[in-house]
Design a protein. Structure first.
Length: 93
C-alpha cells in the first residue's frame, strides 16, 4: 500500500526563487540571508545557510520586496538539509 502525502496548505504555492534578507523579531539586530523556494498568499519556504536565530515559533520580517502585502510571519518548521543548509517554512501574518 502506497501512502500519499497530504497537502494542508490553504493556498497554492508557486515556485519563486529569490535571494532575500530577513530579520528575527523582536531583536531585529543582524540581517540574515536566505533563498526562497516557493511562495503563496499565506506563506513561503526558503533555504537558509546560517540558522542563526531561526527556530519554530520565531517571528521574522522579510526586508526585500515580495509579490505580497505581508512581509512578517512566523517560522512554522525548520529542517536541516545538509551540513550548512536548512529549509524553513514561514507562515505570513
Amino acid at each position: 500500500m502506497e501512502l500519499q502525502k497530504v497537502d494542508l496548505r490553504r493556498e497554492e504555492r508557486f515556485p519563486y526563487l529569490k535571494t532575500i534578507k530577513y530579520l528575527c523579531l523582536p531583536d531585529a539586530g543582524e540581517d540574515f540571508k536566505g533563498v526562497t523556494i516557493d511562495i503563496s498568499k499565506s506563506g513561503m519556504s526558503l533555504y537558509i545557510f546560517n540558522p542563526g536565530c531561526i527556530r519554530e515559533g520565531l517571528h521574522v520580517r522579510i526586508k526585500d520586496d515580495l509579490p505580497l502585502s505581508s512581509t512578517t510571519g512566523v517560522v512554522r518548521w525548520v529542517r536541516q538539509v545538509d551540513q550548512d543548509l536548512y529549509r524553513a517554512g514561514i507562515q505570513f501574518h
